[in-house]
Write a protein that binds this ligand. Sequence first.
Ligand code: C2E
Ligand code: CA
Ligand code: CA
Length: 382
Amino acid sequence: MILSCLDDDPRMERTLCRFAGLLGHEVRFQTTSGALRDDLGRHVPDAIVLDLSLGNETGIDVLAWLADAHPNIPLVLLSGQGDELLDTARRIAQGKGLIVFGAVNKANLVRELPAVLSQRNSPPRQQRPQAQVQAKHPLRVEDLRESLRAGQITPYFQPILSARTLQPVGAEVLARLPLPEGGVLGAGAFIPLAEQSGLIMELTRVLSERLIELEPQLRPFGLDFLSINLSAANIERKGAAAMVKRLVDAFAGSSRIMIELTETAVLPDLQQMRALTTELRLGGASLAIDDFGIGYSSIRALAELPYDALKIDLSFVDEMFDSEKSANLIAAMVHMAHSLNLQVVAEGVETEAQRHQLIAIGVDRLQGYLFGHPVPIEHFVC
Ligand code: C2E
Ligand code: CA
Ligand code: CA
């Protein structure tokens, strides 16, 4: 590979040239961003090795310029300031649409650089399957209201496995909206609208009724629990508690009802959350804190509310091999949850490597495309 390197420390030239040379790469070394600019204008390298500390300017300024001028040249980020800084710089670069082969701590150059440079040969990350279609026009509140009136909201089911036996022990119920023109809308396309427009309670009620109708079809699967999402935003406490009680009763002797609480959009009213969670538990449901680690799903909520399970947000699982910090945070979340007697569910498990690592860390349950996509009851197998 031909590498264009930018580092304001001229001593790095020798180190990099010698080391990259041993690995079979050619290095063109620059000490200022102006020189790099000229170099890139003459010939495009296979990758740019960029030091983040550049004296008068910072690597962050260079990233902004590269994103504009050369967004297709992959990058290797370099810093002597530690992994934390490199990790954040990588996120900045990727956030600007740049391709990052990796981030190398100068203290570990000899160990880390060869691995990062060999990345270019690794296959691209698995494309996320496009399970749902896009609506031709953005959904309007009236359309959603009409769909609810017509009872069109449909529950899809995604298996949740025991990490010990790798057998399904439960399923998460995820809302879908079939479109008249064909195809199915994913939850992301209408749940936020339902939350903002005050239709979320009605949506959850319609979904619950559909679920109750499906009880005879779900019973043979012998699932320990069914997980249902409840947005804390715009919720009407008494109505929600009554609805969940109806579900618990309908599934008595079949599956436990687990309520996954998300606290979106607004800072939740803690007094309201205390009352709601207590009522749900008294009604016989279990409680999970959803999307733990982001937004308002906070440690304060764990301290105050009677949760049984904690779902680690899938963003942590997604980057557990790219960010040591995320992997360490997963381990810390598992430790913390277990010390509070909470079951831990990892969401968004897509690869065998993630599965393996999450089991080693001590997660109790696993959910993700690796085991099954959300599907309608007719296609649910476990
Ligand atoms: P969530 O509760 O965090 O649900 C998990 C989301 O991750 C689902 O998206 C699911 O399809 C997706 N997912 C599952 N496995 C994988 C994987 O391996 N990789 C990736 N990248 N994604 C995976 P979905 O169904 O689009 O739902 C999005 C969000 O909408 C849900 O996030 C939940 O917050 C909300 N939602 C869905 N159904 C309902 C509902 O009935 N009521 C309420 N209040 N919210 C709902
Ligand atoms: Ca959920
Ligand atoms: Ca989640």
